[in-house]
Every structure is written in structure tokens, then in C-alpha cells.
Ligand binder design. Structure first.
Ligand SMILES: [Mg+2]
Length: 235
């Protein structure tokens, strides 16, 4: 934890695989793309085929691969652009994980809350809207709205500090990706906590030794007594 005692705490959360399961978003997006593909190519099982590829670890060319498997031709760049747009602009069918919903409720009135998330801003905005959580955060940073600002770039975290710094304020970042999420907040002296969810896409990954978070939990439920004790011990 941070070396200096703090009297207030700003808890900053990641979005994907921290508050909801990214797999659910991917499945929802493939279903939306499947509707478009059904009209364009008369393929009825696009979403299932695409999700199979995703579960196999394929990334970056799943749309092309499924269309090729189904002998769709010709596939134009405009077709792929339309599919990407359908994916990013669909209204996702996702839900807060139960421990995330409870944790956000627990934080209300106790801590300042922020959100820092990478990803295409069209998609990220729709995720936040689908979860109906925008009103909970004092600051939301979607790094995709700024050039070259995705994690581990520290800009989002510096922005949070500039917006929410106050006497006695400590900062904590809770996120799931050990490769990119913790380097910047650690450099800034924040407390860092990894949420390693059973079905998280990065659950089995490990990051560099020098960017290991201070704490790791499998559920945000574990953090409630910890934060309660911090603030009932004279802070
Ligand atoms: Mg994440």
C-alpha cells in the first residue's frame, strides 16, 4: 500500500473484465455482426463460428476467416468495414458482475470513483451506457479518445490526479491485465490491485516482475473489508 497515510481515497477502476466479462461483450458483438452477415451473405451461424475462433485464441482476422470458411466471395474491404462498424456500434448485452455491482454500491459516499479504460471509444461508451454506471464516476477517461494514450501510457492516470487531487488523497487502480494495467499507476505511486477473474481473458497471464500489483484478488468482495479497515483505523 502507499507509504504515506491518506485520509481520502480515489478508487479508479478498469472496465473490461473488471466490472463485466469481456467474453460477454464479444459474444454480443458477434451476434450483432451476424445479423448483418445474414442479410449480406445469407449465413445463419456467423456468431457461433466467430465465437469458436475467439475461444481458440484467434484475434485480428476472425471476420475474414469465418467468411472464407463459408466460401463467401468476393469479400470487399467495405464488407469488413461494415462488420467492424456493426461490432463497435452495437448496443451490447452485458451486465455488471454481481461483485462489481456490490462493490460500486459499497464505494458510494465512501470514496471518489474514476474509470480508466482502453479500447475504441465508440465501443467503450456503449459499454458504459449498457451498464448504466456513468453517473457513479467523478471522472471517466477513455484513452482511445486521445492519441497514443492507451495503457501503459500514464496520461490517463495523470489526468485523474489533476482532476481529483486533494489534501490527503490516495489513489488506487483496480484492473485485470497484468501486462499493461499497472505500470503507469505504480510509477505514480498509486496502490494497484489485480482482479483475476475465473473467466477473464487475461486470468492466466503474468506481467513483468517490476510492474506487479500490490495485491491480487479473485473477487471485488474481498476488498470491502480491506477498505473498511483502512478507513476505520484513523484515516
Ligand atoms: Mg480490462
Amino acid at each position: 500500500m502507499q507509504k504515506e497515510p491518506f485520509r481520502r481515497l480515489c478508487i479508479v477502476l478498469d472496465l473490461d473484465d473488471t466490472l463485466f466479462l469481456e467474453r460477454d461483450y464479444v459474444r454480443s458483438g458477434f451476434t450483432a455482426v451476424g445479423d448483418w452477415v445474414k442479410d449480406r451473405f445469407q449465413i445463419h451461424d456467423f456468431a457461433a463460428r466467430a465465437y469458436d475462433y475467439f475461444e481458440q485464441g484467434r484475434r485480428g482476422d476472425i471476420f475474414d476467416a469465418v467468411l472464407k470458411d463459408c466460401c463467401c466471395s468476393p469479400i470487399t474491404a467495405a464488407d469488413i468495414d461494415s462488420m467492424v462498424a456493426a461490432y463497435r456500434r452495437h448496443s451490447p448485452k452485458i451486465s455488471l458482475l454481481p461483485d462489481a455491482a456490490d462493490f460500486l454500491l459499497f464505494c458510494q459516499g465512501r470514496f471518489d470513483l474514476g474509470l480508466v479504460t482502453d479500447g475504441h471509444p465508440d465501443s467503450q461508451r456503449r459499454k458504459v451506457a449498457a451498464l448504466n454506471i456513468q453517473h457513479l464516476f467523478a471522472v471517466i477517461v477513455m484513452t482511445g479518445e486521445w492519441p497514443n494514450a492507451s495503457k501503459p501510457n500514464p496520461r490517463a492516470f495523470q489526468h485523474i490526479e489533476e482532476r481529483l487531487a486533494a489534501p490527503g488523497m490516495g489513489f488506487c487502480y483496480i484492473a485485470d491485465n497484468p501486462v499493461k494495467d499497472f505500470q503507469a499507476p505504480l510509477t505514480l505511486g498509486w496502490t494497484t490491485i489485480r482482479i483475476r477473474r475465473e473467466y477473464g481473458l487475461y486470468a492466466s497471464g503474468e506481467g513483468p516482475v517490476d510492474t506487479r500489483p500490490h495485491l491480487e484478488v479473485s473477487s471485488l468482495d474481498s476488498l470491502k473489508p480491506l477498505f473498511d479497515s483502512l478507513f476505520s483505523a484513523g484515516n
